[in-house]
Design a protein around this ligand. Structure first.
Ligand code: PRT
Ligand code: ZN
Length: 283
């Protein structure tokens, strides 16, 4: 059977995390910087290393079956692909930003202004939705220097920490979309057996990342209250300890709620709490 092809970024912000995700899915492949294509030795899959801008079209046109790319790139290229899974990395927001001394105070005051961007399609849609006619100046890089050079009144660009805006004398003004890396697939391929298997593996890696395995010692008389605090995958395991009157409780706790939950458990009588990372959770 012909192997599937998955396109990932060759170098750049999404490369390392994309490779790490695929390796965590148990896929075995070489990651030579010089090669364009790398076969996976233990799954019917080949990995194509491409510029991120090319990935959506390659997937739409069937040159690749799957791709990992920022949502912003998909929206900008207006391709027809299936969103298969959000991946939780490469998070950023596309914002309109203004020079610190700009007099623009609300969206309607962008009317007639010029805005420099590498994302004209997304910006144009946003401006139309808000009935603003502005002059979109498409440039391919270093958008943030354009107001300082007198080339535009505002910019529309990716922001993550905000450091680049700040160091160029700009301030965030309006959030347009948020984006993260997503797994996309060619339309009609969604139910391919190997695509489904890969999605399942990715989900089990993501689930594990969001949770911690926790073991706590609990005096028997506190057990009921402790169990009420714990969700677990099904329900927590309770194991007697050598010392009578004590049990060990094994469970998983969501990362986002972690420190609050640990405080609640301590307050309810838990002791000797051990926390471990989880590699995969297969449901
Ligand atoms: O070479 P190739 O074409 O493949 O890569 P690229 O240079 O076009 O993209 P790359 O590697 O820079 O980014 C890949 C993807 O990462 C983007 O499409 C986004 O989905 C995502 N991403 C997440 C970001 C950022 N965060 C980000 N901060 N992409 C770019 N930036 C840039 C932004 O353009 C600006 O210049 O970082 C600067 C702002 O960062 P802060 O932290 O100062 O706000
Ligand atoms: Zn690019």
């Amino acid at each position: 059977m012909k192997p599937l092809k998955i396109a990932i970024q060759k170098s750049g912000r999404l490369n390392e995390k994309s490779v790490e995700l695929l390796k965590n899915c148990g896929l075995s492949f070489e990651n030579y910087k010089s090669s364009l294509i790398s076969p996976v030795s233990n799954f019917p899959l080949e990995i194509l290393f491409l510029r991120d801008d090319d990935i959506p079209e390659y997937v739409q046109d069937g040159i690749a079956d799957l791709g990992i790319v920022g949502e912003n790139v998909i929206l900008e290229t207006k391709v027809e692909v299936s969103y298969l899974q959000r991946l939780g990395f490469g998070k950023c927001t596309l914002k309109i930003a203004l020079p610190n001394n700009s007099e623009v105070e609300n969206l309607s005051q962008l009317q007639g202004k010029s805005i420099a961007t590498s994302y004209p399609v997304i910006l144009d849609k946003f401006l139309k939705e808000n009935n603003i006619q502005a002059d979109i100046r498409t440039i391919s890089g270093s958008v943030e220097i354009s107001p300082g050079l007198g080339l535009s009144d505002a910019i529309f660009d990716i922001v993550s920490t905000g450091g680049t805006l700040k160091s160029n004398g700009l301030k965030p003004f309006a959030d347009v979309i948020s984006s993260e890396a997503v797994l996309i697939g060619r339309k009609g391929e969604e139910n391919n057996e190997h695509v489904l298997e890969l999605i399942q593996r990715i989900q089990s890696v993501l689930r594990a990342k969001e949770t911690k395995y926790v073991v706590l010692n609990v005096p028997q008389h506190c057990l009921d209250q402790i169990l009420k605090l714990l969700p677990g995958v099904k329900s927590p395991s309770v194991i007697p300890l050598a010392e009578s009157g004590w049990v060990a409780v094994h469970t998983v706790i969501p990362e986002r709620d972690f420190w609050n939950k640990i405080s609640e458990l301590k307050a309810a009588g838990a002791q000797g709490i051990v926390v471990m990372p989880i590699e995969k959770i297969i449901l």
